[in-house]
Design a binder for this molecule. Structure first.
Ligand SMILES: Nc1ncnc2c1ncn2[C@@H]1O[C@H](COP(=O)(O)OP(=O)(O)OP(=O)(O)O)[C@@H](O)[C@H]1O
Ligand SMILES: [Mg+2]
Length: 292
């Protein structure tokens, strides 16, 4: 698999390296973050939509790209579905410029989204095309965030082709943890520097950790070669905001919103204290046992 991706990636990697060279100059050149996970449902789209919103609220110009071809997620959870007139399918067919497929978020003018296509077959988008599409827009944005499909197939190869950075979303389970190092290996084989790859642990539930049926992020860190950049609890506000198609970051009072803003600040180079998901105290644990 790594060899296949390697073969496909040469043009995209060249484009990315040229971009990295330009980034040394003072021109605007986007950092391209790909958000991936081995397992489906880990929270990639949630992280992508909220991190994008948080970065744009910090004043950054941000483009979100849904590379989950064949499905449509990102524009839907962002509440932007009705604004989408062009998507990646038009760009692949050569009918639309990639920049023309970007929809501006009416709530935050510096946030743009390119939707995936339900009509396009997964294999029609190639890593080379994805690399060239992104390269075209790197000078126009501070950040490009790519919401990858689950797994390590062609969609993954397309999503990582233009990436300079990666966030691997994992849940506190053994299989998810094991996948993270494997995914990081594939990324490194495709030229993403290890220092630019980190992990976000999502859907942490303190009571499951206390019952020893979910992994503790501190224990996860001991076995992971990569740094855990952020912890996100399993959170009612996230479910509700995804359902209401309004990123939770717009609900500034929620803990989840604070966590996403914190991650955005960290990505943007600020020194911030990571927000750690609270563990249950002995008293909480006893209370839980006796209230069963
Ligand atoms: N921290 C969280 N707390 C509670 N629910 C969450 C959290 N993060 C994500 N979810 C929920 O989990 C489900 C999957 O999330 P999401 O769509 O972001 O995952 P994904 O990795 O993009 O999935 P896919 O692999 O299908 O693209 C959604 O219903 C979402 O609302
Ligand atoms: Mg998704």
């Amino acid at each position: 698999m790594a060899n296949d991706i390697n073969a496909n990636h040469k043009a995209a990697a060249t484009a990315r390296d040229q971009a990295a060279d330009k980034a040394q100059t003072k021109e605007r050149y986007a950092k391209v973050y790909t958000i991936v996970s081995g397992k489906g449902g880990a929270g990639k789209t949630t992280v992508c939509s909220n991190l994008g919103m948080a970065l744009s609220l910090l004043g950054k110009k941000v483009l979100l790209i849904d590379s989950d071809i064949g499905l449509k997620n990102l524009d839907v959870v962002m509440g932007l579905e009705e604004y989408v007139t062009n998507d990646i399918a038009g760009c692949v067919a050569g009918k639309v410029k990639f920049s023309s497929a970007a929809v501006q978020d009416p709530r935050v003018s510096s946030l743009f989204v390119i939707a995936a296509s339900q009509s396009l077959d997964k294999s029609q988008l190639t890593p080379k095309q994805m690399g060239l599409f992104c390269h075209e827009l790197m000078k126009d944005f501070d950040y490009i965030l790519i919401d990858a499909p689950a797994g390590i197939e062609n969609g993954f190869a397309c999503a990582i082709a233009p990436a300079t950075h990666a966030l691997i979303v994992v849940t506190p389970e053994h299989a998810s943890l094991r996948n993270a190092d494997r995914i990081a290996g594939l990324m490194e084989a495709n030229g993403i520097l290890p220092k630019n790859i980190s992990v976000i642990v999502n859907k942490i539930e303190a009571h499951l950790i206390a019952d020893s049926i979910a992994l503790d992020p501190d224990e996860m860190q001991k076995t992971l070669a990569l740094p855990i950049a952020a912890q996100i609890p399993f959170d009612y506000d996230i479910i509700s905001s995804n359902f209401k198609k309004r990123p939770v970051v717009l609900n500034g009072r929620s803990l989840a919103a604070k966590i996403f803003v914190n991650i955005a600040r960290m990505i943007d180079g600020e020194k911030v204290e990571p927000i750690v998901v609270k563990k249950l105290s002995v008293f909480d644990r006893l209370f839980n046992i006796f209230s069963r």
